[in-house]
Design a protein around this ligand. Sequence first.
Ligand code: NBP
Length: 484
Amino acid sequence: MSSEKADIALIGLAVMGQNLILNMNDHGFVVCAYNRTTEKVDKFLKNEAKGTKVIGAHSLEEMVAKLKKPRRVMMLVKAGQAVDDFIDKLVPLLESGDIIIDGGNSEYADSRRRCAALKEKEILFVGSGVSGGEEGARYGPSLMPGGAPEAWPHIKEIFQGIAAKVNEEPCCDWVGEDGAGHFVKMVHNGIEYGDMQLICEAYQLMKDALELSHDDMSEVLAEWNKGELDSFLIEITSNILKYKDTDGEPLITKIQDAAGQKGTGKWTAISALEYGIPVTLIGESVFARCLSSLKDERVEASKVLQGPSNATYQGDKKEFTENIRKALYASKIVSYAQGFMLLREAAKVFDWNLNYGGIALMWRGGCIIRSVFLGNIKTAFDKNPKLSNLLLDEFFRDAIQDCQESWRHVIATAVNLGIPTPAFSTALAFYDGFRSERLPANLIQAQRDYFGAHTYELLSEPGKFIHTNWTGHGGNVSSTTYNA
Ligand code: NBP
């Protein structure tokens, strides 16, 4: 065995860990592999890592002894307790200035807590989002590291070396303090839920309203993939739609229509509620999955609840297909605008110094939401790093303007045909709400004051909250004014 010291240790030899180690090895870094079940270390060294410079360890003590200083230890283990357990075991073995990196799908609040606790012990903690699945880990993931900023110069070369590249630029940069890396990863996953739901709505419209064949739909998506919608998810959906089972039927038609979820979309929606940001499209996408999973109830309801008698579109199919594409594009712009609104608010709440253009670049390649579109977002933030909302950027403002008529036509048609388009519709409702100088919230304020003496603010006297005795028999005492 070589006496060479390792550049980094990696704990967790499941699919992500093994592939990331091999990726690091390809880029010239010496990795020390460790796993709770240590037989997996030997198995890995004898098989996948055979002939590489990867070394192994059978205890954390051995692993730490084999590392260059400052020691860099990365974990890719199941999120939650396993991460805390490893941290507890590692801390007594490490020295001031050593670095612990958690690359799992941890909740950002846990990363904030771990970063603060380890700072007390002078250990630098990094919580890094890793996206791209098995293939990404092996050949170039999107990496979103955040935590103790002093750690970045020590891990930058490895992280940017192994990350996906777009036009030579690595899809990895420093995200921000404490839990910022995992927060950005969470929003990435939420946006992924939104993108998938939007494609599903386009699919249902083409399938049910236009009665296109699966091969035709596959071709439509392949065509879309050559333009503004060029993305990994459109590409794989085109492939899925044309994939045939052994009997020649499209496999997709045989798959149960009940969607699963592992929680990151839900966490994004919960954060949106917590910080009061209308990330409606991701929320609708999570709920659409929930509704889909009520399969038995839907089957029963389908026998009883009536919709419109006509469920197919009578106009020009080609033209309507183009309208669907534009509805999808406009809705997608709204979804990303909402995602970035949430990032901006979190940055304010936690005092993170987020680089929005850098985040767009991190998502531009390597990860599931990778797309040409993210290049446009990067350009928008490069042009104006202080851009308050993507919808206000000229490029996106004009793009929505160009799509608007089609977008409204598609949603109106879907409503008339009884085809659900929750994500398309919520995106348009958000757009119309966001561009309204006046909303009917004056009435909400009046209602709240009427029944609960919650007070309201007069347009003519901003900042002054007053109560009206609307009925003449209520008291004049008002409730305290605060927002929860
Ligand atoms: P898993 O999420 O399946 O985790 C397997 C690893 O966790 C093994 O090394 C296992 O050790 C270890 N582990 C478990 Br399970 N419970 C443990 C415990 N109580 N104490 C110590 N170690 C424990 O592997 P993965 O799919 O490679 O994912 C790794 C991380 O990366 C996860 O957080 C995941 O959410 C995240 N992630 C996954 C993907 C993906 O596409 N799979 C993508 C992006 C991020 P053992 O061998 O001894 O059981």
